[in-house]
Design a protein around this ligand. Sequence first.
Ligand code: NAX
Length: 331
Amino acid sequence: MGTKVEQTKEPIRVAVTGAAGNIGYALLWRIASGDCFGHNQPLILQLLEIPPGMQRLDGVIMELKDSAFPLVHDVIGTDDPELAFKGAEAIFLVGSRPRTKDMDRSDLVAANGPIFVGQGKAIDAVSSRDVKVITVGNPCNTNALIASANAPGISSRQFTAMTRLDQNRAVGLMAEKAGVPASKVQDVFIWGNHANTMYPDPRFGVVDGNIATEVFENDWLQGDFLETVATRGKAVIMARGASSAASAASAAVDHMRDWWLGSNGRIVSMALPSEGWYGVPEGLVFSFPCRCEGGEIIVIGDLPIDEFAQSKIEENVAALLEERNAVNDLL
Ligand code: NAX
C-alpha cells in the first residue's frame, strides 16, 4: 500500500511541449511526483509533440500510467497546441529543434522562432489568463519573447525563460570548490541571456554563512568559475554524448516550483521581459535577480552594480538585441 495522499484540491492542467524528448523524459516524472506543484496538488498532464514524435509520446504516456502516480488524474497526448494548452495554468515550452553542428546561433533563432509564434497564439486562445509559462527550448530568452508577443491577451509578466540551470551550475561549482553541500550556497544568480555571455554574479552569494567574494579569489570568480558555468552545456555534451537533460529538467522544476510556491526569501534567476530594470531595454527577456512570493515574480531592482557587472549586462543586452532584430517579423 502506498502512502495515502490527501487530495482536497482541484486538479490543475499542466502542459509540456517536446514531451517525448530527453528533457521531457526527466521532467514529467518530477512534475508527476509532486516535486513542482506540491505533494497535495492533483494534476492533469497535457503533452504536446509534433507528428514524428507521437509514437514516442505514446510510449512515454504508457510509462507515466505504469508509474501510477497518485497525483496524476489524467494524461493527454496530442500534436494540437490548442488541445495541449487548453485551460493550462502552467506551461513548460521545452520542444524545439536542437542545434546541429552546421548551425550557428542565428540559424537556431530562425529555425525555432516560428514554433513560438504558433504556440504563443494557441496559449492566447485557450490557456488560463493567469498561466505561468517557462521557456526552456533554445534560444529560450528570445523564444519567450516571441511567444509573449503573440499572446497579447496574457500579461507579458507570465512569460519567462530558464536561466536556473546556469544558476544551479554556479551553485554546484561553488559548493564543490568550498567543500560544502549545495544547500550551503545561496543567492548566486544569473544576469542576461541563456548563452555563453551570461554572467553568474557572485557578489551577493553566501557560502556556508560567509560572503562568496571573501571565500573565493576574484581571479577565480571572473576567470575559471565564469568560464566553466558559461561552457558547462558543451562540456556535458562532450562527456555524455548528449545535451544536459536531467539537470535541465531539475532546473525547470526549481524555476516553476519557486514561482508557484515561493522562493522563501532566496534570490533566484529568472529571465522575464524587462521593465527597464538596470537599464535593460524594455521588453527584452533578460535574466534578473528575483524573489517569488504569492505566485508573483518580484525583480530585485536596486542591487549595486560594479564595473565588471555593468560590462557583462551590456554584453548580454547587445546579444539579445541582435537576437530580437533577427526575429522582428515574428513579434
Ligand atoms: P530533444 O531533441 O530530445 O527533444 C525535443 C522534443 O521536442 C522532440 O521530441 C521533438 O519532437 C519535440 N518538438 C520539436 N518541435 C516541436 C514543436 N513545435 N512542438 C512540440 N514538440 C516539438 O531535446 P531536449 O534535450 O529535450 O532539449 C529540448 C530543448 O531544450 C532544446 O531546444 C535545448 O537546446 C533546450 N535546452 C535548454 C536549456 C536551458 O537551460 N534553457 C538547457 C538544456 C537544453 O539544451
